[in-house]
Design a protein. Structure first.
Length: 387
């Protein structure tokens, strides 16, 4: 490689000539090379001069999103932040996650994913299959679930995917799913609790519980506890609790929330996610040193089917969703937490994508965690007593 060629690539990156950048990359010029005279790389220059198309092309063709500039400490991300290039910041973060979530384990796990027939759950299944893992998706609709299994076998090239039918909208449905998993898939060692709903109307299930409280909080609670014995038997094992950053807006009223007496489309969604975080912390303490870990993760602001309905609020949500990231992006952090060696043994954390985020003070309250657990057990015992 001649320095002249490298200088031409650097100049084309500064001037925004994508055609020349493509030409020099095809000629074999290393996009990460830093000449002793200049101590910078084309990626840095494309960001400084605002040429996002070149930044994206370089990242897709070998440019390192974590490269250090010269002998200093600047990275492409720090440069993007210094010039306030928001589009480049988002692009770099996406590529950093993509490189970080490549397979980092030789172990083949068997992974159960709720809500694996659509949205983030389906994208998680796809990514884990591509990484050589075994996957079982839970789908309420058996026909739809089987179609997704066939689709993912083809698209991933990995035949190790199965479907199990399960209904998380009732206590009985969750208990039936646990029994089915114990019979058919007693060798699972990872559980990704992904299924969730965003209700725009107050609806009660057969247990007279508000549906989002049931699906977003109570179902994971029941499943985690019910599947714990087989996870321990197959340890080391992991539970990944897919959550939402909106949990910080939740306000729990143990006398009203379970039955929707305080229902509001955004309030109830946020509060059920708050309950899920309270459970994650409480359960992490319970399973410490048991061979099973549990962590919660906000996968990013992702465009899925949550909140879709003819209601006005849903139409507003749908409009905003056009600017959100795709499910493939949202799959990266949960998949990483499920199998990466980097997080082996990590327990009780909350991740904002792939970065640990401190819990807000409300959910660190052990008394509130205990109150929620006792109220939950009261609900479950009442359900059993009715039968």
């Amino acid at each position: 490689m001649s320095a002249g060629d490298w200088k031409d690539l650097l100049r084309a990156s500064q001037e925004g000539d994508l055609g020349l950048v493509e030409y020099y990359i095809k000629m074999g010029i290393d996009p990460n090379y830093q000449h002793p005279e200049f101590l910078t790389a084309p990626l840095f220059e494309s960001i400084r001069f605002g040429h996002l198309d070149i930044t994206e092309f370089l990242l897709k063709n070998g440019a390192d999103p974590n490269l250090k500039e010269g002998f200093g400490t600047d990275t492409p991300l720090s440069v993007a932040k210094s010039v306030q290039n928001k589009a480049a910041i988002q692009l770099l973060k996406q590529h950093q996650m993509s490189s970080s979530t490549k397979p980092s384990t030789d172990r083949i796990n068997k992974i159960l994913i709720t809500g694996g027939n659509r949205g983030i759950g389906k994208a998680i299944a796809q990514q884990l299959l591509e990484e050589g893992q075994k996957v079982v998706i839970v789908s309420r609709d058996g026909q739809q679930g089987r179609a997704v299994v066939d689709e993912l076998k083809t698209s991933s090239g990995n035949p190790n995917i199965e479907m199990i039918q399960g209904n998380l909208s009732s206590i009985a449905g969750c208990q039936a799913l646990i029994q089915a998993v114990k019979v058919k898939h007693s060798d699972i060692n990872v559980f990704i609790s992904n299924a969730g709903v965003w209700m725009t109307d107050l609806q009660l299930n057969e247990d007279q519980l508000e549906v989002s409280f049931m699906v977003n909080y109570l179902a994971p609670y029941i499943l985690c506890r019910g599947l714990l014995p087989i996870l321990q038997a197959n340890g080391p094992a992991r539970i990944v609790n897919v959550n939402a950053g909106l949990y910080v807006k939740g306000k729990l009223d143990l006398n009203k929330t379970p039955t929707g007496l305080d229902f509001g489309p955004i309030h109830s969604y946020a509060t059920t996610k708050l309950c899920s975080v309270l459970f994650t912390i409480d359960f992490a303490r319970e399973v410490a040193d048991s061979g099973v870990t549990i962590n919660a993760v906000h996968p990013g602001v992702i465009n899925t089917g949550l909140g879709d309905s003819p209601k006005l609020i849903s139409k507003l949500i749908k409009f905003v969703k056009r600017f959100w990231k795709p499910p493939t992006y949202g799959a990266q952090a949960p998949s990483w937490l499920a199998i990466s060696d980097e997080v082996e043994g990590v327990n009780g954390n909350y991740y904002n994508e792939m970065e640990v985020m401190p819990y807000i003070d409300v959910v660190k309250d052990k008394a509130l965690q205990e109150e929620l657990r006792l109220r939950t057990e009261e609900i479950l015992n009442k359900s059993m007593f009715k039968k």
